[in-house]
Write a new protein. Structure first.
Length: 268
């Protein structure tokens, strides 16, 4: 399962040494560069790990290149916390949807194309994991950088009770984009690259629908509290990620309530 250095013609990965239950092997920091060009875009500098951030900057310098822009895919600290130090190291602005995550950079708008020294990436708003989550379409490589919206293995936590509806919409949208643009590679924020995007996105959608069915079954069986639903739906979960499972269950309950309300309105 090789991650560090992996990628596409225009994208290479520097893996941050911050493995854990929520970060898998660590945060993938992506270096994007048009072949033969000097300007570089760095996606998700990572946490405030000075050695990692300096290694990313050194990797770019050793290529005879220069970081002209950094982008964060969402607000979580394992992607953003090192942004200020990385900007100090490189002089590059950090762009983000969330104003608090920016360092001298601008906001990111759905559909806009960012161009740096011949390299073009399209911003795709994909709320759900967080409300500020984005993906980036690297069309020249038929690749999609997904942050935590799609992981190299496993599935992400939904951060917020209202996030599952937008997340499902984001998954369907990404699947449509993958078809339309013939995406061949997913470059995730954690875990290894994925080479079957349509299959992965379909399995994500099926997984979420299956979890919703399990939550419904738990409710029908008499579960009334989040902890009881966790015990039924995630019986083998470790204590390290039980809190994350609770967030997912609350998001699922909210999503089911909204869907039931819409169904009732449609029938009336």
């Amino acid at each position: 399962m090789r991650i560090d250095g992996s990628g596409t013609l225009r994208a290479s990965c520097v893996l941050c040494p911050n493995p854990g239950p929520m970060t898998l092997e660590g945060t993938n920091t992506w270096i994007l560069r048009e072949p033969g060009a000097r300007g570089v875009v760095v996606v998700d500098p990572g946490p405030h790990d000075e050695r990692h951030l300096e290694r990313v900057a050194r990797t770019v310098q050793e290529q005879g290149a220069q970081v002209l822009m950094a982008i964060v895919t969402h607000r979580h600290p394992d992607h953003t916390e090192g942004g200020r130090y990385f900007s100090e190291l490189t002089g590059a602005p950090v762009h983000a949807v969330d104003p608090e995550m920016r360092v001298g950079g601008a906001g990111l708008v759905d559909g806009e194309v960012l161009t740096v020294d011949g390299l073009s990436v399209r911003v795709i708003a994909t709320p759900g994991h967080t409300d500020d989550s984005i993906c980036l379409l690297l069309e020249s490589d038929n690749a999609l950088l997904t942050g935590d919206t799609v992981l190299g293995h496993g599935t992400p936590v939904i951060d917020g009770d209202d996030g599952l509806g937008p997340y499902m919409d984001s998954l369907y949208r990404l699947r449509d984009i993958a078809r339309e643009h013939q995406v061949r590679t997913i470059l995730p924020g954690h875990g290894p690259i994925l080479s079957s995007p349509l299959s992965v996105l379909s399995s994500y959608i099926d997984h979420r629908e299956s979890r919703l069915d399990q939550v419904r079954s738990a409710l029908r069986a008499g579960a009334t509290r989040v902890e009881e639903i966790i015990d039924r739906v995630y019986p083998d979960i470790s204590e390290q990620i039980r809190g994350a499972a609770g967030s997912s269950v609350r998001a699922q309950l909210r999503y089911l309530a909204v869907r039931d309300e819409l169904s009732a309105e449609a029938e009336s």
